[in-house]
Structures are given as structure tokens and as C-alpha cells.
Ligand binder design. Structure first.
Ligand code: PGA
Length: 262
């Protein structure tokens, strides 16, 4: 069975060594003694904290927030897949909307990073989703189809299965300032669309296997309606992931939900 994933995207926070240490300490305390058989956590800190976060508590894996598509060389200011691998990273967020919108990352660039991550045996978590205007114009599925096409075209079944999709409607991300979140039905419809896309472009088995997360203003209050009620395989959490106790609480909630189905 696929583990329910709770991914914490710490973004550009934890400004000092002391803040990094404090976060880790709190996470260890919160996770101590927890039995989570169906849930997995991923913490994606800023690059500068990666080595500090190399020894995470049980149930947690190390993630990164981005990477360059080249292995090494003339790319001032960038971090490569190989560097991440050596730092103990297993998962990497790619194409986050904050990078697409403020740094101009294109679908093609994100795809180059997906290829590089797969080559290095890192699990890419590719973020996609529509803007508010695109939703209002009723083009959500067109946008998602374009992003899926750019991400997956030409990958083998084996490669495609390794990629995790994070559906993040841009207007629902807490920093977008809209204060809006999608309904369970909204998310479920996108999930159905994504599954159909995979069935048509790969096969039905892969459509079942590919993990699709939801991201955008996830907290412990809305967790169920934003994830398992919409048949999502996990969540990508920004703001609330800065509170380790909340993150672990969400993992425990997911675990209880999974156990209730058993
Ligand atoms: P949020 O961020 O949970 O603060 O909305 C999610 C994200 O940007 O990945």
C-alpha cells in the first residue's frame, strides 16, 4: 500500500543555525514514540540546513525545495542533484508555483529538473496547479494537462511511477492572500482528471499507482477534506509545517484515518 505522505515545505524560513536546531529539537520531541505505519513525513528545509537535518526522526525523510538540472559546473548560486544526493536528500520539490511565478520557471525547465532528479535516483515532487484567473476562465484542466504533458511525456512507465504530483491551486496557497481553499469536490474532480490523464497517456495501473498530493493552506482543521476525502495520497504543507507539533498531529490524524479503513 502507498504510504500517505505529509511533506513539509519550510520555504525561506529558519534564518539562523539556532532556529534550525530548535525546529529539529521540536520535531524530534513531537515525533518521539509515535507509531505511524501508514504515514511518511518529508521535511524540505532551506539548503543551508540540509546537513543539519540529515538525521531526522523515524518516519521522516529529507527533502529539498529545488535543484539545478546539471550535475555540476558553471551554474552560479545553484545546487545540483548530485549535491542533494550526497547530503542525504531523497525527495525534491520541483516547479513550485513560487518559483514558476517569481523566478519564471517554465514547464520545460521543470522537466529538465525532473529528468535530472530521476537520473540521480531522487524522487521528484512536481508541483502544478492553476492560477485564480485560469480557474475563473474555466481552464483548470487545460492547464493541468499542459503541465502533466510537460512533466511526463516520453518517460517510461517505471520512471513515471517514481514521480509524485502535487496539485497546488495557486490561489489556495496561504501566501496568495485570498484566504480561499478548494472544496473536497473541486480537488476530487482534479484527482479524477489526473487519473484519467494517466490512463490515457500510460495505463490504468499507473494511474492508480502515481501518488497525487494536495497542497495549499493545509492545516489540521481541513486536513481530511483537503486530502483523503478527495482521495489524495498526501499533502504538501507550507506555513503549518513550521510548527513541528502540527505536522506530527496531521500525520497522526492520517494514521488514524488509515487504521479506520483497515
Ligand atoms: P501553504 O503552502 O501550506 O502555506 O499554503 C503550500 C506550498 O506553498 O507548498
Amino acid at each position: 500500500m502507498k504510504a500517505f505522505l505529509v511533506v513539509g515545505n519550510l520555504k525561506m524560513n529558519l534564518l539562523t543555525e539556532a532556529e534550525g536546531e530548535r525546529y529539529l529539537g521540536e520535531l524530534k520531541k513531537a515525533a518521539y514514540g509515535k507509531h505511524l505505519s501508514g504515514v511518511q513525513g518529508v521535511i524540505a528545509p532551506p539548503f543551508i540546513h540540509l546537513y543539519r537535518f540529515a538525521h531526522l526522526p523515524t518516519h521522516f525523510h529529507l527533502g529539498a525545495q529545488d535543484m539545478h538540472w546539471e550535475k555540476s559546473g558553471a551554474a552560479t548560486g545553484s545546487i545540483s542533484s548530485s549535491m542533494l544526493k550526497h547530503a542525504g536528500v531523497e525527495y525534491v520539490l520541483l516547479g513550485h508555483s513560487e518559483r514558476r511565478s517569481t523566478l519564471g520557471e517554465t514547464d520545460a525547465l521543470v522537466r529538465a529538473k525532473v529528468d535530472a532528479a530521476l537520473r540521480e535516483n531522487l524522487v521528484p515532487i512536481v508541483c502544478l496547479g492553476e492560477t485564480r484567473e485560469e480557474r475563473e476562465r474555466d481552464t483548470t484542466t487545460t492547464v493541468i494537462a499542459r503541465q502533466l504533458e510537460a512533466t511526463f511525456a516520453g518517460l517510461s512507465l517505471l520512471q513515471a511511477e517514481k514521480v509524485i504530483v502535487a496539485y497546488e491551486p495557486r490561489w489556495a496557497i496561504s501566501t496568495s492572500g485570498t484566504g480561499l481553499i478548494p472544496s473536497t469536490t473541486d480537488i476530487f474532480q482534479v484527482k479524477v482528471f489526473i487519473r484519467k490523464w494517466f490512463t490515457e497517456h500510460f495505463d490504468a495501473k499507473l494511474a492508480e499507482r502515481v501518488r497525487v498530493l494536495y497542497g495549499g493552506s493545509v492545516n489540521s482543521i481541513h486536513l481530511g477534506s483537503l486530502s483523503w476525502e478527495a482521495e489524495m495520497d498526501g499533502v504538501l504543507v507550507g506555513k503549518e509545517s513550521l510548527f513541528p507539533r502540527e505536522l506530527v498531529k496531521m500525520m497522526e490524524m492520517a494514521e488514524r484515518h488509515i487504521q479506520s479503513l483497515a
